[in-house]
Design a protein around this ligand. Structure first.
Ligand code: GLA
Length: 723
């Protein structure tokens, strides 16, 4: 798994199918050599790492090493004048660090990261870890670049720990979780871009000479960019080409990008956003960066996604719902918004139960005096006028009907019109003397404060302990502004963004410890906080507030770049759709939502008898296929962005589920040929509806024909491997 060739000073990090290799140049500079399909050991790396002193390169007198033209494993702002992995300020006001290799440690297993989410293992035999120590002796600074390999997952993780062993204070301003330098490669940069209700659309551009990056300065990972990018060889598509994927397990401000130089070296970096970030390290202190997850695919973008999916499903998601099937749910939000009574909720639940729904979720509006979006956040006590028997009473009634009960919270927020704010006006993020800017009429609680965190832990846990609540939807409905804390001095205000994220993680860890069987669904005005870090606490996330089936095609396609179907909340909602006004058939709405964590977001009592029967059939069908969709391997066969249709296939063991969605109708249109993937080409497959038998080779190589039939129509085709 991880080897160090002492003689030649080369580290080999191997997964089942990949090698990641770097060496120690002059035993001082860690230089990247290779990352890609597995290769045998090399005897020396001199050929692979040309040391070329170009005009204007600075070099140390003894070794003549020009860092600027090298592929560095980790670079500090110093003699390497590219976008650095590391930058810190010292007491003398300088911001220069000089790092040299110091030591290494290789051990079995993968340690947890203090206070942060990370990929976990179930036994030490699943992973190996290398800690590479780089040091700046003048300043007493040690940097531990930590690599773990998970061979069976073909995943490498990277994180960085910084330790101040010196006598002076150090202020960190940039610590990238991962930096990889590629030489002589011509890549495209793939990332996920969007905004509220239009999250994670796939975007692909050529890597340019210069700096190219995506980021979030909004306090959370954001609707606008996702902490993920891929570098794909030119022409790489779903099934072909080299693709390198990078994802950060972090729910706050991030940066990710490339710097390509004239020497044709592309540096790929990802980490906490240095914008408005500073971290004070006193003598003896340590700083831990979030974890970056790296995967390499030799077979296109699809394989990259499947590598991310598998590790997310099996070694990021935790709790009983990692393995158990997620329940089909109904949520009252689009059915009632804020206007409901207990009996409205019970009648929605009754009808849903009759249809086969397993979980009734009560959304916003159940607490304080919440009749709209402008009050009561923070006052987590039931609104007695709406719920005379409280949550306990309502949840009990739902449970007695044979359904599970779920509840919406927005624990990180505070309304200016709330008892909590009146009692503690300094409990929100704010900057003294500045206006407290509202977002959706609310402010953000200061989760850097222990008293705030304790209050929220108690508020949420007291409801979960007294009422039979099996599911929580945890919302976060605004971006951050005036990011300051009343309890921190001037020196530490630049730590607030990161301390906030650590605070939220600590609260979640506490709640999960006390309520390990509750299923959490993350939400942030839809998918404004959809990242691998948040999945460590919430195994599913509401993908978007846009519930229109056609808009959802591109949103769900983009989301599936990194995140598996079991993590994507997807619901059937009413028509005309509340976000875009479009009418789509119930069948289409159902089949699009079945590519995710299936549920409903409407009052089923308002449907015709015929439609209600269809809903019953949908739920029955989803229960039959959910194991394949939730835990299977996904293949994107046709893209709604390019093909005027979407074809998504899920394969698990002998079961194959194919969804085909028509977007616009076309007169006299040509045929689409859909070639299936992931099949056993020597086996036979039966179409479960028609009973026809096909060879796996035929379905993969010839495929099936589809036409652009009526607008916004969908179908499902199921195959079973029979021999
Ligand atoms: C956000 C969520 C919605 C709903 C509302 C309630 O917008 O994304 O699903 O929960 O909040 O206010």
């Amino acid at each position: 798994m991880i080897k160090f060739d002492e003689k030649n000073r080369i580290f080999y990090l191997e997964t089942n199918n990949t090698s990641y290799i770097f060496g120690l140049l002059k035993d001082k500079h860690p230089v990247h050599i290779y990352w890609g399909s597995k290769i045998a050991e090399i005897s020396s790396f001199e050929d692979a790492v040309p040391v070329d002193v170009r005009a204007f390169c600075t070099v140390d007198e003894k070794n003549q090493i020009p860092e600027e033209t090298l592929t560095m494993e980790f670079a500090a702002l110093g003699t390497d004048v590219r976008t650095p992995s590391f930058h810190a300020f010292y007491e003398d006001g300088t911001g220069l660090s000089k790092l040299s290799y110091k030591s290494y440690k290789i051990f079995n297993g993968k340690p947890a990261l203090k206070g942060l989410p990370a990929i976990y293992t179930e036994s030490d035999s699943e992973a190996q870890t290398l800690e590479l120590e780089l040091a700046d002796d003048l300043k007493g600074l040690s940097i531990f670049v930590c690599y773990s390999v998970l061979p069976q997952y073909d995943v490498i993780t990277k994180s960085v720990r910084v330790k101040n062993n010196g006598n002076e204070k150090i202020k960190l301003s940039r610590v990238m979780s991962s930096t990889v330098d590629f030489r002589s490669e011509d890549f495209d940069f793939i990332h996920l871009a969007g905004a509220w209700a239009t999250e994670r659309h796939i975007s692909r551009e050529a890597v340019m000479t210069g700096i190219q990056m995506i980021d979030s300065k909004r306090g959370s990972s954001s609707h606008h960019h996702n902490p993920f990018f891929a570098l794909a060889s030119k022409g790489a598509d779903e099934e072909n080409g080299n693709v390198y994927g990078f994802s950060l397990m972090y729910s706050g401000n991030f940066v990710a990008g490339t710097e390509k130089t004239y020497y044709d070296i592309t540096r790929a970096f990802i980490g906490i956003n240095p914008f408005n970030f500073g971290w004070n390290l006193n003598p003896g202190d340590e700083f831990q960066s979030p974890e970056a997850v790296l995967v390499y695919s030799d077979r296109g973008i699809g394989k990259m996604s499947r590598l991310f999916h598998k590790v997310a499903r099996e070694r990021i998601c935790r709790g009983k719902y990692r393995d158990e099937m997620r329940p089909v749910l109904i949520n009252n939000w689009e059915a009632t918004y804020f206007e409901f009574t207990e009996s409205d909720i019970i009648s929605i639940a009754k009808k849903a139960k009759e249809a086969g729904v397993e979980l009734m979720v009560l959304d916003d509006g159940w607490f304080g005096k919440r009749d709209g979006g402008n009050s009561s956040l923070g006052d987590w006590v039931p609104y007695k006028e709406k719920l005379p028997d409280g949550i306990e009473g309502l949840a009990g009634k739902i449970e007695n009907m044979g359904m599970k009960f779920g509840l919406w919270f927005e624990p990180e927020m505070i309304s200016p019109d709330s008892d909590l704010y009146r009692a503690h006006p300094d409990w929100c993020l704010h900057v003294k003397g500045r206006e407290r800017t509202l977002g959706r009429n609310q402010l953000i609680l200061d989760f850097t404060r222990e008293d705030v965190r304790e209050y929220i832990k108690n508020a949420v846990c007291s409801i979960l302990s007294t009422a039979p609540v099996s599911y929580v939807k945890w919302d976060f409905n605004r971006n951050m502004s005036e990011v300051g804390s009343a309890l921190l001095d001037e020196e530490h205000q630049c730590e607030v963004y990161h301390r906030y994220v650590l605070g939220v993680y600590e609260v979640m860890e506490h709640i999960l410890k006390n309520h390990p069987d509750v299923l959490f669904e993350g939400c942030s005005g839809g998918g404004g906080r959809f990242d691998l870090g948040w999945l460590y606490y919430m195994p599913q996330i509401w993908t978007s507030d846009d519930s229109d089936a056609i808009e959802r095609l591109e949103i769900q396609e983009g989301t599936s770049m990194v995140y598996p179907a079991c993590t994507m909340g997807a619901h059937v909602s009413a028509v005309p759709n509340h976000q875009v006004g479009r009418n789509t058939p119930l069948n289409t709405r159902g089949l699009v939502a079945m590519s995710g964590q299936f549920g409903y977001e409407l009052d089923l009592a308002k449907l015709s008898d015929e439609e209600f029967e269809e809903v019953k059939e949908q739920i029955k069908l989803y229960k039959e296929i959910r194991e394949t969709v939730q835990h299977g391997e996904m293949y994107r066969l046709k893209s709604p962005q390019k093909d005027n249709c979407a074809a998504w296939e899920y394969v698990k063991d002998d079961d194959v589920v194919l969804f085909y969605h028509n977007i616009l109708a076309r007169a006299n249109s040509p045929y689409e040929r859909v070639k299936l993937c992931g099949l056993d080409e020597n086996a036979k497959y039966k179409d479960l509806e028609t009973g026809k038998i096909y060879g796996g080779d035929y379905l993969s190589k010839f495929g099936i024909y589809k036409t652009h039939g009526s607008e916004f129509t969908s179908e499902i085709i199921r195959f079973k491997k029979i021999q």
